[in-house]
Design a protein around this ligand. Structure first.
Ligand code: GTP
Ligand code: MG
Length: 438
């Protein structure tokens, strides 16, 4: 997710920290670099212009020039400005009106609407809601099928009367929800490759008929500047209430997606991070900014852990992270839990400083080997890896059916992780400056 942006910022920050003192000139020069990074990641040029202008105003303030750590201050300004760009605070769905509450989901073809409806249905049910999914896309025969399948898979009811006027389907869906005691109605609508008049009129008619308090615009995170233009047009026609960015698990540059909130002024509500139905996250501007700037997102990581693991285990993990008491036993326990939490590379991406851990192996096969190696250690060795000398390494390799190199590699990885945690600990401890930078 946003790998290119993150890489760009990491290099830039490294360069910036090299400056002992900053002058107006090298601040201006630095900001040219930031502009290049943003434009290359496909952030909309108007958005970039405003962003740079805001950062420049703050960075040229006397405070930065006089500061003894000007590089860090500039980094903080960029961080804060990025948070502002992504939206202030978390913006939740408003489902407070009289149930059943209709939520309309719109967007271009293939942006991920139907998948999102299923994900949102699951998410809301986990929050104690009773959603009904409504198949309002009648133009692609497979569309109705797709929603029905997702409904079956998740055990969520689907209203799919077949090919009829989508406005009637949505209205009947509301009546069905009333009959069956469902409190949220998620309306799937048709997409088109390009915005066209009949499509917009149809969406406007549904909006008119149901007056949904929430209309969510689904934007494909892989798309380029076209997505920004489409978002503007949807906004003008429908005045949607929130944005969903999908496919952020891909290696897309993501800059266009990030521009949508600035261009439309509407909050990003959710992000989709995979094809599976649980790959949905509520959007937190600050956490996202941290991820983009390579500062990791330990809060989302722990939250993901909480979903997969029971509350107790997650809390213990958080405490151990904070106290930096992390042994190979914990490492093994985490590996086992990690399997439940989803694709490992995504999780690793949430860990601060992951950029420096490129050689950390996270493949499933390696996990098995790692497990075998740790299981071949004595409990004492697991708690005090320093004890593991040459002859112990040989014994452990023999016992686990691996090679001494494998044992060495694991111990190195473990050291790296511990180092990373130390950085995180420091990051927490330093007041007012939540960055893992020296
Ligand atoms: N990797 C990834 N794929 C996604 C995500 N969301 C959706 N997809 C995939 O994108 C493709 C299109 O998703 P749909 O949900 O069918 O999109 P849609 O907007 O309903 O498409 P139409 O109904 O044709 O307009 C599918 O192959 C999904 O599996 C995501 O967050 N990550
Ligand atoms: Mg669809």
């Amino acid at each position: 997710m946003f790998d290119q942006l993150t890489q760009g910022f990491e290099n830039f920050f490294r360069h910036l920290r090299g400056h002992g003192k900053l002058t107006e000139d090298n601040i201006r020069e630095s900001l040219r670099e930031v502009r290049r990074i943003l434009l290359e990641a496909d952030v909309n040029f108007k958005v970039v212009k405003q962003f740079i202008q805001n950062v420049q105003e703050k960075a040229l303030g006397q405070e930065v020039l006089r500061s003894i750590t000007p590089g860090q201050l500039v980094i903080k300004i960029i961080h804060d400005e990025l948070v502002a760009l992504l939206g202030e605070g978390v913006s939740r769905l408003d489902l407070s009106s009289l149930p059943p509450v209709p939520v309309m989901v719109v967007g271009l073809q293939g942006s991920g609407k139907t998948t999102f409806i299923a994900k949102l249905g699951l998410h809301l049910r986990r929050k104690g809601k009773f959603p009904l999914l409504v198949a309002g896309d009648v133009y692609r025969p497979a569309a109705i099928d797709q929603l029905q399948q997702l409904g079956r898979q998740l055990d969520l009811p689907v209203w799919a009367p077949g090919v009829q006027d989508p406005v009637d389907i949505c209205r009947d869906g509301m009546a069905e929800a009333r009959r069956t005691g469902r409190d949220v109605v998620l309306l799937d609508t048709a997409g088109r490759l390009h915005i066209d008049e009949p499509m917009m009129q149809e969406l406007a008619r549904i909006r008119e008929a149901l007056k949904p308090p929430e209309i969510l615009y689904v934007a494909d995170g892989m798309a380029g500047q076209d997505a920004v233009r489409a978002a503007q047009e949807f906004q003008q026609r429908l005045d949607f209430s929130g944005i969903v960015l999908t496919k952020l698990d891909g290696d897309a540059k993501g800059g266009a997606a990030l521009s949508i909130r600035a261009v439309t002024g509407k909050p990003i509500r959710f992000i989709g991070t995979g094809e599976k139905t649980d790959a949905l996250e509520e959007f937190h501007p600050d956490r996202m900014a941290n991820r983009i700037l390579g500062m990791g997102d330990i809060v989302s990581l722990v939250e993901k852990a909480q979903e997969a693991v029971d509350q107790d285990t997650a809390e213990k993990l958080a405490q151990k992270l904070a106290r930096q008491e992390f042994t190979l036993e914990d490492f093994l326990e985490q590996l086992r839990q990690l399997k439940k939490m989803g694709p490992l590379d995504q999780l690793i991406g949430m860990i601060p400083g992951m950029g420096k851990l490129k050689n950390l192996q996270v493949d499933e096969k390696d996990m098995k080997r790692t497990e075998a190696i740790i299981c071949s250690m004595t409990p004492e060795e697991r708690r005090k890896p320093n004890l593991i000398n040459g002859s112990r390494r040989k014994r452990i390799a023999m016992g686990s059916g691996t090679r001494v190199q494998d044992v060495n590699q694991l111990l190195n990885q473990f050291d790296q992780i511990k180092g990373m945690m130390r950085r995180m600990g420091k990051m927490k401890g330093r007041s007012g400056m939540p960055f893992p930078f020296p």
